[in-house]
Design a protein around this ligand. Structure first.
Ligand SMILES: Nc1nc2c(ncn2[C@@H]2O[C@H](COP(=O)(O)OP(=O)(O)OP(=O)(O)O)[C@@H](O)[C@H]2O)c(=O)[nH]1
Length: 690
């Protein structure tokens, strides 16, 4: 092993030791169920049920017949369900999530577990049942964490399992972090052919820091390229997870999945809580329903909740009467009561009107107990990182588009929204997203769920200005960044946001990936071998480089093998300038960016060349310039030309002549003036769509 590898292992060991010393996380029993025998904080099995892996012996996996027997459990009626749940003590609750790198099979495995417990039928054609949004099904990615309650009979006793299927992509990390708050453990899923990837590393660290029990699961063992010994070795080297504790499954065929629920029961601790105590209920997620108002997904730490109870939010002080409580099974299923340890939904009567009143991480209790119940610690608000301006393709669509955007924002708490106006594109909005994928998913949802399309400007990141008098300003809209002529900006210090990027890459592409990171102003923090041919690289990189499709470039230089994860790394002082596009000396406000001084030449040239392609000739000369302050970086000229649409028509063709004139009139509605130059809106649209 390389020195870097040895140092990495020593670091990991030290890290693990420190993390363990943080102590047991509140809300779950510190040891697993009584049948558990070991004292490691990872997912455990009792000796009886533990399936051991040994590279020289073949494991006996549950057969498909075995699987089908389990999967044929009949779905209980609502009354049977309620009676069965009421008979389960908290010691037999298990709240767990599935975490993994993108596409390692979380949603497919969730389907299998739902079938195995009879929550959905095995023959149900409706697969990826927890991916409820159209965009999730179309793109095959999970965007929103989804929950489901299951009942599992283990050794003759019913267990109440609460499963959370989490998103894999880093943009939706906040969903994973929030899910951890309702769970006592996690299945850490790893693709048998791909092995540990960037999001596996970050999910492991997140789960471990929260003292969650981990059950390692190797998925896709049916694939011809599966290399189980390699993945087991990676798990041991990187995370010090005992390979003997890994459960080997194929979520696709169902092979091995039957061994997973005993591992959950025995390896994940039950929640701790007392239903006789006053209600202490954490708000984990929320969504808006036109008829019910805001629906809350909650985790009960103590007490019970039922329809008719009067509750109060410790965060806002607002009081509500409970209208209905229930569980996701997998769809909303009303219950008479939710008890300590359970995760379920609650809505009020009259309904909560404003989604802003449902503060994620807030604690609710019953009215009268405000002073006795200690609020839960809450969640860190995810910060938007990428900002874009959005405009209707047709301004007459503004009001309808505003309604659709507002509705989407109601159900996606991490989007920020402000009104915006552009000379070039009219009235619109400035939207903040957690990342580029989040932004593109939002556009897809707008199109799919509301049938609307929008023009989106280039994604930008915020800039921090610290003026000479030490006052600070954070500018999200580059058009509002002070001009170079402003004397205050000349004396100010500028900062740009950085991210800590974790990249996993096979050794053979290491050189090219390092070159790419350095070319994107990255600064190497560490390099560690975690298997003979796999490397984990950590770089501090400007967030602006990340949103400029760093991920796509990384895939390009590594033939798709490199993976990327990132987290906020704060502000860094930087040499930033405002680059603007001018048309006949007038700024086009929609095409403006605050960029690093080293990028202006390349970007300026690119802008003027590309914009020229989209502007029609006019009756006079049009000059397109990219400028920083008074300095012209690049320039293109469009020669004058008169567009006579009738020129080629025969004089007698009157109908055709009229049609063409009508068409030209229609076209003028979409024209926009920048100074004396008239530009069709489609020019901006084509320029902005890469
Ligand atoms: N061969 C094989 N393919 C699998 C298995 N499990 C999942 N897949 C496939 O892997 C792809 C990704 O599966 P998903 O379940 O959507 O993965 P995910 O982790 O939920 O994806 P994200 O939520 O986007 O991170 C799909 O094409 C699945 O059919 C498996 O055990 N074997």
């Amino acid at each position: 092993m390389s020195l870097a590898g040895r140092a990495g292992r020593a670091w990991t060991r030290e890290w693990l030791r420190c993390a363990k010393s943080i102590g047991s996380r509140g809300g779950h029993s510190s040891s697993s169920s009584s049948s558990s025998s070991s004292n490691s904080s990872f997912g455990l099995y009792s000796n009886k049920t533990r399936t051991t892996y040994n590279s020289t012996t073949t494991r006996r996996l549950p057969t498909l017949r075995h699987w089908r027997t389990y999967a044929s459990q009949a779905k209980p009626t609502p009354a049977q369900l309620e009676a069965r749940i009421a008979a389960i003590p908290i010691e037999r609750y298990r709240n767990f999530c599935i975490v993994a790198h993108i596409d390692h099979g979380k949603s497919t495995l969730s389907d299998r577990l739902l079938e195995l417990t009879g929550t959905i039928s095995a023959s149900d054609a409706n697969k990826q049942i927890l991916d409820k949004l159209d965009v999730e099904r179309e793109r095959g990615i999970t965007v929103k964490a989804q929950t489901c309650t299951m009942i599992y009979n283990h050794k003759g006793a019913d267990y109440l399992l609460h499963l959370v299927d989490t998103p894999g992509h880093v943009d939706f990390r906040a969903e994973v972090t929030r899910s951890y708050a309702s769970c006592g453990g996690a299945l850490l899923l790893i693709d048998a052919s791909q092995g540990i990837q960037a999001q596996t590393v970050s999910n492991f660290h997140l789960a471990f820091a929260q003292d969650l029990a981990l059950v390692p699961v190797i998925n896709k063992i049916d694939m011809p390229s599966a290399d189980i010994p390699r993945v087991l070795d990676q798990m041991e080297t990187s995370f010090e997870l005992d390979p003997k504790k890994a459960v080997l499954v194929s979520a696709k065929t169902g092979k091995g999945v039957a061994a997973l629920l005993p591992a959950v029961v025995e390896g994940i601790p039950h929640p701790v809580g007392d239903e006789r105590k006053p209600l202490k209920m954490l708000l984990v997620d929320s969504w808006y329903d036109t008829f019910k108002g805001v629906v809350l997904l909650v985790r009960l730490f103590d007490g019970t909740i039922r329809a008719g109870d009067n509750v109060v939010s410790l965060g806002t002080g607002m009081k509500y009467t409970v209208g209905q409580v229930g569980i996701q099974y997998p769809h909303a299923t009303p219950q008479t009561v939710l008890r300590a340890g359970q995760v379920g939904y609650v809505y009020f009567n009259p309904g909560m009107k404003r989604i802003q009143d449902a503060k994620l991480g807030d604690t609710f209790t019953t009215v009268g107990n405000e002073d006795t119940v200690e609020p839960c610690p809450g969640f860190e608000e995810p910060k938007p990182m990428v900002f874009v301006a959005a405009f209707p393709t047709d301004q007459s669509d503004y009001t309808r588009l505003a309604d659709s955007i507002n509705q989407l924002v109601l159900n996606d708490r991490s989007v920020t929204l402000q009104k915006d106006f552009s000379e070039a594109l009219g009235s619109g909005w400035r939207l903040g997203f957690l990342g580029s994928l989040h932004c593109s998913v939002f556009q897809d949802r707008l199109r799919q769920e509301h049938g609307r399309s929008i023009i989106i400007t280039e994604p930008t990141v915020p800039t921090k200005i610290v003026y000479a008098d030490e006052t600070e300003e954070i500018v999200q809209n580059p058009a509002l960044f002070p001009d170079a002529s402003d004397h205050r900006i000349r004396a100010a210090t500028l900062y740009e946001p950085y991210v800590k990027a974790t990249i996993t890459v096979p050794e053979e592409y290491l050189g090219r990936v390092i070159e790419l990171c350095e070319g994107n102003r990255g600064e190497q923090k560490s390099l560690e071998f975690f298997h003979t041919d796999q490397v984990i690289l950590v770089y501090d990189i400007p967030a602006s480089q990340l949103v400029d499709d760093l991920f796509g470039k990384l895939k390009g230089v590594s033939k798709g093998y490199a993976t990327l994860d990132y987290e906020d790394a704060g502000w860094r002082q930087s040499k930033l300038v405002k680059l603007q596009l001018l048309v006949n000396r007038q700024p086009v406000d929609a095409i403006c960016r605050v960029v690093h001084a080293t990028q202006v030449d390349r970007l300026g040239r690119q802008w003027v060349t590309k914009f020229k392609e989209h502007v029609d000739r006019q009756m006079f000369e049009v000059v397109i310039q990219a400028v920083v302050g008074n300095k012209v970086i690049a320039r293109e000229t469009i020669k004058p030309f008169r567009k006579d649409v009738l020129a080629k028509l025969h004089a007698s063709d009157i109908t055709r002549r009229r049609k063409l004139l009508e068409k030209q009139k229609e076209g003028r509605k979409r024209l926009r003036a920048v100074g004396n130059v008239v530009i069709d809106q489609s020019a901006f649209q084509s320029f902005l769509s890469k």
